[in-house]
Design a binder for this molecule. Sequence first.
Ligand code: CTP
Length: 319
Amino acid sequence: RAEVGINGSSSPAAVDRSNESIKHHVRLGLSKWKHNQTLSLKIRKHILKFLDAEKDISVLKGTLKPGDIIHYVFDRDSTMNVSQNLYALLPRTSPLKGKHFRTCAIVGNSGILLNSACGEEIDSHNFVIRCNLAPVQEYTQDVGTKTDLVTMNPSVIQRAFEDLVNDTWKEKLLQRLHSLNGSILWIPAFMAKGGKERVEWVNELILKHHINVRTAYPSLRLLHAVRGYWLTNKVYIKRPTTGLLMYTLATRFCNRIHLYGFWPFPRDQDQNPVKYHYYDSLKYGYTSQASPHTMPLEFKALKALHQQGALKLTVGECE
Ligand code: CTP
């Protein structure tokens, strides 16, 4: 029987050991890893009580019409109108309808990926999920290129594309979108009011330039449902990160789930500095009280699941 619960703290021994260096802990887990199919199925079943990834991955055309008013999930007093463009880009059927994959990779954005040589391994998975339009071209050796689903928080348009202030930035975004080549672009459009214009800009570009992506806009209930699942398992997250959301959704359609680029710590197992993102100079912000995320807590939960064989975390080099 596994001694560590989903929240990584079910036995005093486990708590004691969590004080040891993360280095020892994760390495130990890695060397012994074996997939636990029974547990994976149990987790899938449990998560299905809270949400259904097939449905919650996107709002569908049939459920909304242009002009409908939506209250933002995190800013309940603010509303948006469903625009013609947004409506045009809503899928008719779920992009995950009836989908099942033997193995999936979820690629987080930690700098731990640099010099990992994990690119080939990541690309060998049947379904690859990436976060926040993270660049791949300059980093293929470490992160691979295969992308079946990529998320895009509206804030990425500001952070990585300078709010499209001029044609150069527009062109950069266009190139990134073109490179997605038929994959699913997952845009949380109904979460916070701040993203309103950015979502509209992206929608407009996609339509105007006939970009080959399958857009998806997560349901209004997804965030709370995911949070509810983890809270029930005593993982007291404030707001789930994109990475945790993707893991929770992936349990529905992936048999084996491998996580790469999840490392919310400024030092690696050998105490070398680790960049927050592998591709930019953003600093660690999640430790501040203002941050909506509780990443180290999420990591602890994921590590416990790794140790029980429900998922595989890679936090070092790939062979
Ligand atoms: N991540 C991580 N360690 C880091 C950076 C990111 O584990 N040092 C994981 C998190 O699960 C995160 C995901 O990789 O959600 C994608 O990273 P990022 O694009 O940075 O997401 P954030 O903008 O930090 O947060 P979110 O999109 O979840 O609001």
